[in-house]
Structure formats: structure tokens, C-alpha cells
Design a protein around this ligand. Structure first.
Ligand code: SF4
Length: 156
């Protein structure tokens, strides 16, 4: 369970790297690949929050223990059905790159003309929930199950 306090940017990149046992370059790579969104101060300093640290721990677990590549993690993030979670209409969904493409999480696409334009992705439910280790699978599976139940409930 994430609290507002967990999302407060507070750790400089060097501190985050030490906490996680990785290099600064590795953290920059994850960011440039779109696996996470790092807060930047007006002076362009990167600051990591506690939930960023947990998100990176999950990424490290996927890479080191489950042998999933960065490309594989991006594909998994792309499968999160954000349109179901935030309740897009069919028309909004069909016009959105997050629905039509599969190269990364919805936050990696521009959303200047959709309802997402008003939301900071870093603080969005979809982004935050997808950062917890077991959540991506649950988000994908529960959406699929809901669709199956809905289609089975349709009258013949
Ligand atoms: S606001 Fe960003 S993270 Fe949330 S659903 Fe839209 S694109 Fe995804």
C-alpha cells in the first residue's frame, strides 16, 4: 500500500544507487527505457521517492531472479489495461497509443489530447500500482477476468 508520503521525492540519485546496490548509470538506463519516471527539481536534479525505490527493487528482482529482460519488463508494463482502470470510453481507448502499441507502459506515450493530459503520470494510480511486484499480473488478470465474466453474462 502506497501512501502520499511514499511518493515524496527525497533521495538524490547517488543515495538511491547506494540503497539499491546499483550504479548511477543503471538507474539512468531504467529511466531512459521508461521503466520509471523520476522527479526532477527545477534545477534538473533527480530525486527518488520510497515508492521509486520499491519499483526499482521489483525491476531488479525481475531481471536478476526471474531472468526477464528490460524489453520483457516493458512488454509487461504495456499489457496493463490503463483504459479499464481509469475508465476510458471505447472511442478514447481506440484513439490512444497505450491501447494500440505495446512497446512500454502507458506513461511512455504522449497524451496531450486525452484525459491523461491533466494527470501527472508519476502520481497516477495506474503507474503507481504497476510498480508493486505482484500488481502487474493482478491488473492484467483481473481485467481479463472481468471481460470474460461480462461476455458470459451477455444474453444469447
Ligand atoms: S495518466 Fe499516465 S500513467 Fe495514468 S493512465 Fe494516463 S498515461 Fe497511464
Amino acid at each position: 500500500m502506497t501512501t502520499d508520503n511514499d511518493n515524496t521525492p527525497c533521495f538524490p540519485i547517488g543515495t538511491a544507487a547506494v540503497m539499491l546496490g546499483v550504479s548511477v548509470q543503471t538507474l539512468r538506463l531504467y529511466e531512459s527505457e521508461g521503466l520509471l519516471i523520476v522527479h526532477k527539481t527545477p534545477g534538473r536534479q533527480r530525486l527518488y521517492s520510497k515508492s521509486d525505490i520499491r519499483r526499482i527493487e521489483c525491476i531488479r528482482h525481475a531481471i536478476n531472479d526471474e531472468k526477464i529482460s528490460i524489453g520483457g519488463i516493458k512488454r509487461m508494463q504495456a499489457m496493463v489495461p490503463c483504459w479499464d482502470i481509469i475508465g476510458c470510453s471505447d472511442a478514447e481507448r481506440n484513439a490512444c497509443a497505450a491501447f494500440t502499441k505495446s512497446s512500454g507502459g502507458c506513461w511512455t506515450y504522449g497524451h496531450t489530447h486525452s484525459r491523461c493530459a491533466a494527470q501527472e503520470c508519476r502520481l497516477c494510480e495506474v503507474y503507481l500500482r504497476s510498480g508493486e511486484c505482484t500488481n502487474i499480473r493482478e491488473m492484467i488478470v483481473s481485467s481479463t477476468l472481468q471481460k470474460q465474466i461480462a461476455s458470459n453474462e451477455r444474453p444469447l
